[in-house]
Ligand binder design. Structure first.
Ligand SMILES: *Cc1c(COP(=O)(O)O)cnc(C)c1O
Length: 436
């Protein structure tokens, strides 16, 4: 959860920050029974530090092999483990999720004049990877039931200049990969999954990331698997893998034709070692998140006006980066979402309003005035672009959605029950809260 908007939202409830922090510590303590269980640093609820983490870092330090170019083996080990678990033939570790996306776009030689279709309900990094390549981001609308990109809207967003489909598995839930992969094949377009929030999520029983040409992951500080920063590209395509490898490290040396472009987006050995260490706990943590989320969903089903994001039959395993639900103020005596969030925070439950409308944000709108973009796409082209970016369903979604962060889903079952109780209690008092 790292949009400035969502951060502001949390800080807006600063009065209750101490309550929230102490609650998080209690729930972290409740869920970990043994002395060796991973724990959070004091005053935070994420990340969790496990017993193997210190040794992993110190071993790299003492080895003097701090990077993959100085003979370190941790990058390669992590790539092997991650590729295997993701049922992918190749994995290329990168310095971030953003640079994983840039690597994929670089390997495809996406550049000026090319259009890339993405959702508006995503972290700004998806957009940034496209504009850092001087390609034109084109937004497809959101399915309000699932909060994922709407495949029909993707089809409508495709033009003769489209070079790539870049859906996002937001919150850790896979977008409709049947519809998207079918569309990509029909239009002869590559499909890259932005799976930055979705490691271990599955679609039709197969991990996300290789349902199209490839997928990108992030190990940034807030993500479910983290080394502070980090990322990865996975693929089953040898040529694409080699292009990615050569793009991400100068003189990569894999057998792929050069297009004269490249970067240094390597992960350090410290990060790779920390990821390998975190990896040993990741499956268990994801199971815990899934169990808690299922419990919470059962409890919330009894509360009218709270509609958790729909999981479709294709979502055979969810990644649970965010627990997302729609809030219907009408069922809460007209209590506006901001007041609902404030009341929740006062009860010790920190929740976020989530993303604002990315397509309407000043950052995105500024692109229409960017001199490079005006030169590449023309003034008329950029004016038209602003029109194409309308996403009416998403405009409603951003007004009604509420998030609980992934760290909350590692709390006790009792803490899930407390969340549902607090929401039910707010509903009872909603009329009074709305007037206050
Ligand atoms: C985190 C994230 C990214 C970018 O990852 P970084 O590691 O922060 O660069 C991209 N897309 C989505 C959907 C993300 O959540």
């Amino acid at each position: 959860m790292h949009t400035p908007a969502s951060r502001r939202n949390f800080l807006g409830c600063a009065a209750s920050a101490a309550v929230v922090a102490s609650l998080a510590r209690v729930s972290a303590a409740e869920s970990q029974s043994t002395a060796t269980a991973p724990r959070a640093a004091s005053g935070t609820d994420w990340p969790l530090i496990g017993g193997t983490d210190e040794k992993a870092l110190i071993d790299v330090l003492r080895s003097g092999r701090w990077g993959r170019t100085s003979g370190g083996a941790r990058n390669r080990e992590f790539e092997t483990v991650f590729a295997q678990r993701m049922q992918a033939k190749h994995c290329i570790a990168t310095s971030s999720g953003t640079t994983a996306l840039l690597t994929a776009l670089g390997a495809l030689n996406i550049g000026p004049g090319d259009e890339v279709v993405l959702p508006p309900y995503t972290f700004v990094a998806t957009f940034n990877a496209i504009t850092a390549s001087f390609a034109l981001p084109v937004f497809a609308d959101t399915d309000p039931a699932t909060l994922q990109i709407d495949a029909q809207s993707v089809a409508a967003a495709i033009s003769p200049a489209t070079r790539l489909l870049l859906p996002v598995h937001i919150g850790g839930t896979a977008a409709d990969l049947d519809a998207l992969a079918t569309l990509a094949r029909a239009r002869n377009l590559p499909l890259i999954e932005d799976a930055c929030q979705a490691p271990l999520a599955e679609w039709n029983g197969r991990p996300v990331g290789t349902h199209g040409l490839g997928g990108c992951f992030s190990f940034q500080a807030g993500k479910n698997l983290t080394a502070g920063e980090g990322g990865a590209v996975v693929t089953n395509d040898d040529d694409f893998a080699h292009r990615c490898y050569n793009f991400h490290t100068p003189g990569g040396g894999k057998p792929a034709p050069s297009l004269g472009r490249g970067a240094n987006f390597r992960l350090t050995e410290f990060q790779a070692a920390l990821l390998l260490s975190q990896w040993t706990r990741f499956e268990a943590q994801q199971k815990e998140r899934a169990d808690n989320a299922a419990h919470l969903s059962r409890l919330l089903a009894a509360i009218p006006g709270i509609a958790p994001a729909k999981l479709t039959p294709g979502n055979t395993r969810n990644g649970w980066h965010l627990y997302m639900f729609r809030y219907d103020a009408a069922k809460f005596a007209g209590l506006p979402r901001a007041k609902f969030l404030h009341a929740l925070a006062k009860e010790g439950v920190a929740a976020s309003a989530g993303y604002t409308a990315l397509n309407l944000s000043p950052h995105v709108q500024a692109l229409a005035k960017n001199p490079h973009y005006r030169r590449i796409y023309g003034d008329a082209g950029m004016a038209q672009w602003l029109e194409r970016n309308r996403c009416p369903a998403n405009d409603r979604v951003v007004e009604e959605t509420v998030w609980l962060g992934q760290a909350k889903l590692l709390g006790s079952r009792a803490s899930m029950e407390r969340i549902a109780e607090k929401i039910a209690d707010i509903q009872k008092r909603a009329g009074q809260l709305a007037r206050a």
